[in-house]
Design a binder for this molecule. Structure first.
Ligand code: DGL
Length: 269
């Protein structure tokens, strides 16, 4: 059997995917991990599916050039726009993520589940199919959240502006009877403490990061069983300003990171 040592490549439009990387590190502590923040192109939420697909292809090529043998799309919006295309073009495990409708439906007692996500995710065919499959008798109410991703990109996790946006976006969902809210964008995980403060203790918040890490682990075991790990390390890259990314990503992850600028060929479409 062929044996080889690879890395796991993880990408997002920006810093949101760090919330998924956190769970991957806990679940797979021996892995070499390469993270790309596509900060020059954030937010993805208001870009066309074609644009996001082109960015996702460029970032996947870069990650493969760095030794990735599995890719995690740590972004709901990019999964909706590009996962199918990446799977057609690249012959390696590609793990996407989508709003956790199934567990949220199971958790709801009121029979109403709210979804906070980007417009791109909510308008995608993939999201429609997800509801078709898992909503059942539960009513799903959705809310796009323009501006929230930008607040996380600035590291503004607690300020008044962020709180006001959260209050404005969660109120219509709670008014319609939602007792469970899906955090359908990886950036929003960093806002979970503030969302909790705004909506109160009785509302269930559903995040996807831990489930994605477990799914990745299963896929590696079943599709790359001969893989060698043990050289645990972390690399960070950005298509945007490296000094700014270093500052914000260190703040969000609570450790001193060093973020490198993505080579020019991969930094724009
Ligand atoms: N963090 C991403 C997501 O999960 C994308 C947010 C954005 O860039 O709009 O959807």
């Amino acid at each position: 059997m062929t044996t080889f040592s690879g890395a796991i490549g993880v990408f997002d439009s920006g810093v949101g995917g760090l919330s998924v990387l956190h769970h991957i590190r806990r679940t797979l502590p021996d892995e070499r991990l390469i993270y790309v923040a596509d900060s020059a192109h954030v937010p993805y939420g208001d870009k066309s599916p074609h644009y996001i697909e082109q960015r996702s292809i460029a970032l996947t090529r870069f990650l493969i050039s760095q030794g990735a043998d599995a890719i995690v799309i740590a972004c709901n919006t990019a999964t909706a726009a590009a996962a199918a295309s990446l799977r057609r073009q690249f012959d390696l495990p590609i793990i996407g993520m989508e709003p956790a409708v199934k567990p949220a439906v199971a958790a709801s007692h009121s029979g109403v589940v709210g979804v906070l996500a980007t417009t791109g995710t909510l308008e995608s065919a993939r999201f429609a199919a997800l509801l078709e499959r898992y909503a059942g008798a539960v009513k799903i109410v959705t809310q796009g959240c323009p501006g929230l991703v930008e607040q996380v990109e600035l590291g503004e996790l607690h300020g008044e502006k962020t709180r006001d946006l959260i209050a404005r976006y969660t109120a219509p969902l709670l008014d319609r009877g939602a007792d469970t809210l899906i955090l359908g964008c990886t950036h929003y995980s960093f806002l979970a403490p503030l969302i909790r403060e705004v909506v109160g203790e009785d509302i269930v918040l559903v995040d996807t990061g831990a489930a994605v890490a477990r799914h990745l682990q299963r896929r590696l075991q079943s599709e790359l069983p001969a893989r060698i790990t043990g050289d645990a390390s972390l690399q960070f890259w950005t298509s945007g300003d490296a000094a700014q990314a270093t500052r914000i990503m260190s703040l969000l992850s609570g450790e001193d990171l060093s973020v490198r600028p993505l080579p020019h060929a991969f930094a724009s479409n």
